[in-house]
Design a protein around this ligand. Sequence first.
Ligand code: PEP
Ligand code: MG
Length: 325
Amino acid sequence: RQQRYRSLRDQPARTVDGTMIGLQMNAGLLVDLPQLAESGAEGIGLFRTELQFMVASTMPRAGDQERLYRAVLDAAGDKPVTFRTLDVGGDKLLPYLSHGPEENPALGYRAMRLALDRPGLLRTQLRALLKASSGRESRIMFPMVTDLFEIRAARALIDRELDHLTRFGYEPPKKLSIGAMLEVPSLLYQLDPLMAGLDFVSIGSNDLFQFFFAVDRGNANVSGRYDDLSVPFLRALRSVVAASERNGVHLSLCGEMAGRPLSAMALIGLGFRNISMAPPSIGPVKAMLTTLDAAALSGELHALLDDGEETGSARAFLKDFAERH
Ligand code: PEP
Ligand code: MG
C-alpha cells in the first residue's frame, strides 16, 4: 500500500470522471515541512501558528515569529502556505499568557476574541507575517470567526501594518489573500456577506462539528456519539459550497474529516474541490479519488440530501456507493 501511495505522489489528484481535486496538508512547525515533498501535497492549507507559541516557554519575539514564517515560506518554495493567526485559548493554553478560569473554555475567550482584545499580540504577528512574505504571496487566515465585525477589525489591523511597513521602506507582499475559518455555525446564516469580504474560506470541521452538535470534541463520552456524515451536517457543508460558487470565493476544508477517505469522498460529492489534511492522509485520500466517479456520487448524494424526510447518517449510503463503484 505504501508503495502504491508513493507511486501516486507525483500524480495529480484526478477522479475517474476527470475532476481535479486540490490536496493540501496541515502543518504547524518547521519540522513538518519535509512532508510537503514526501506527501505530494500541493501546498499548506492550514499552518497552525499557535504551535510555535505552545512549544515556547515565553512569548516568541517578533523576530522569532518572522524568522519561522520566512523559513516556512522558503521551505515551501512555490507551493502556497496559508498561515492561520493565533488560535489559542480553549484547549490550547499558553503558560505565559494569563487566561483566567473559564467554565466553558471552548466557548470562551479564545482565538480572535482574545487576539482583538490584545491587538499588540495580533499586530506583532501580522507584521511578522507580512514582513516574512515581502515580495511574495501572503495568505492570512483568521480562526474562530463568529461575527463579521471581527474580520473588519482584523483587516483594519492588516491595513495599518501594511501602511507602517511601506512607510518604513519594506517591500509589501506581491499578493495578499485574506481568509477566514468557518467553524462557528453563526456564519452559516451570513454566508454571502461573509464571502463578499474575503478571498477564501476554509471550513474547520472539527470545531464546526463541535458547535453544530453541541458536543465537546475532546470528550470521548459524547464526541463519538454523533456522526460527521450525518445528513444535517452535510446539508450545512453543502450550503457553504453553494455560497462559495455564488460568490466566486475559494473554498477549502481543513478539519480531520478531510483526511478520512470515506468523509473525503462525501466532501467531493458535495462539491468541494480543495481539502487540507494531515500529511499521512494524502496518499489514502488520493488513492480513493483516483477510483471515484465524482459526478455519479454527487447526483446520488444530492438526491439523498434533497429528501426532506432524511435525517440520519449518510455513512451507510456512502459505504454502499464505494462498494458499488
Ligand atoms: C478545525 O477546527 O477543524 C481546525 C482545523 O482547527 P483546529 O483543529 O486547530 O481547531
Ligand atoms: Mg478549529
